[in-house]
Design a protein around this ligand. Structure first.
Ligand SMILES: [Zn+2]
Length: 307
């Protein structure tokens, strides 16, 4: 089975903090990886007008994605204005139908701020509606419905806790030792955020905070550095270990659950499929057809800087 992995979070740099090592690993293995954010981070500044910082941050996100040969989109929402309502669901659904992921990795439904939680809800529901033939996105030149709901995963919440401060334990942790340098390089592309956090919050340690977090997630599973994920268990979302199978060999259970690397027999069906897939040449991201581009004109694809 060919796979397209869509990582979609609220703001530029969220994905880099929480999942970039895993995405880099998937991209390196030849899978089609797409990064998307709901907003372009128009409130993440004290120095620029909203439109200007949005342009800067979208470009930074595109530059980051380019480091792993991934495309980057943002869906045209504004900071602090992401809501799970019907027009927003239509917009996210149309985007999913256009990029046609088999695996979606999104924000945590429990997180420290509104946009993150609303993104999780919107993406979860859009995965469902994208596969409903009678669900209209209202687009004149709409993309075809998906044949099936994509497998859905949640990244960790920022800080790893829910609203009560209770720790949220990932279902599994991906060892990102081999792509950690890339993850750091991707985060470093968000230059405006390093500056904003320094001025606004006195944080000089944008990158070292991520490193500290990644080490903490690794420690949870008895490895040096890692990223945690949870597989959405709602019916009728796919329950095969789809993402797990693609990172087999890098997969660890949190120590509270299991101390050893996952037993490969737990992911056997997909592993068998992957044995065939691994012989394929690396799939390069293809430009979308004009028709498909038109079908989600509300989405802006930001051109990548030549690495
Ligand atoms: Zn965010």
């Amino acid at each position: 089975m060919e796979h397209t992995i869509l990582a979609i979070h609220a703001h530029p740099d969220d994905i880099e903090f929480l999942a970039a090592g895993t995405l880099a690993s998937l991209a390196r293995a030849g899978y089609r990886v797409i990064l998307a954010t709901m907003t372009a981070g128009d409130c993440g500044t004290v120095n620029h007008e909203a439109a200007e910082i949005a342009r800067i941050r979208a470009q930074e996100a595109a530059n980051s994605a380019a480091l792993i040969q991934a495309r980057y989109f943002y869906l045209g929402f504004r900071d602090m204005a992401v809501f799970s309502d019907h027009p927003s669901r239509q917009r996210v659904t149309e985007f999913l139908r256009a990029v046609r992921p088999t695996i979606v990795i999104t924000s945590s439904p429990e997180d420290y701020m509104a946009d993150h939680e609303a993104t999780a809800l919107l993406v979860r529901d859009a995965c469902f509606s994208a596969a409903l033939p009678n669900y209209s996105t209202g687009e004149a030149d709409a993309a075809m419905p998906l044949a099936e709901i994509p497998a859905l995963y949640f990244m960790d919440p920022i800080g790893g806790v829910d609203r009560n401060g209770t720790e949220i334990i990932p279902h599994f942790v991906v060892d990102i030792e081999k792509t950690f340098d890339l993850k750091i390089a991707m985060l470093m592309e968000h230059k405006s955020q390093r500056e904003w956090l320094r001025i606004r919050h006195g944080l000089e340690n944008y990158v070292s905070n991520m490193q500290k977090w990644t080490r903490a997630r690794g420690a949870l599973a008895g490895i040096r550095i890692g990223e945690g994920f949870r597989h959405y268990k709602g019916h009728p979302y796919p329950q095969d270990p789809r993402l797990e199978s693609l990172v087999e060999g890098q997969l660890y259970r949190p120590l509270a659950h299991q101390q050893e690397p996952l037993d490969p027999s737990m992911v056997t069906p997909m592993v068998a499929a992957m044995a065939d897939r691994s012989a394929d040449p690396i799939e390069q991201t293809k430009p979308l057809s004009k028709a498909r581009k038109r079908s989600y004109s509300f989405v802006r694809q930001v051109s990548r800087r030549t690495p």
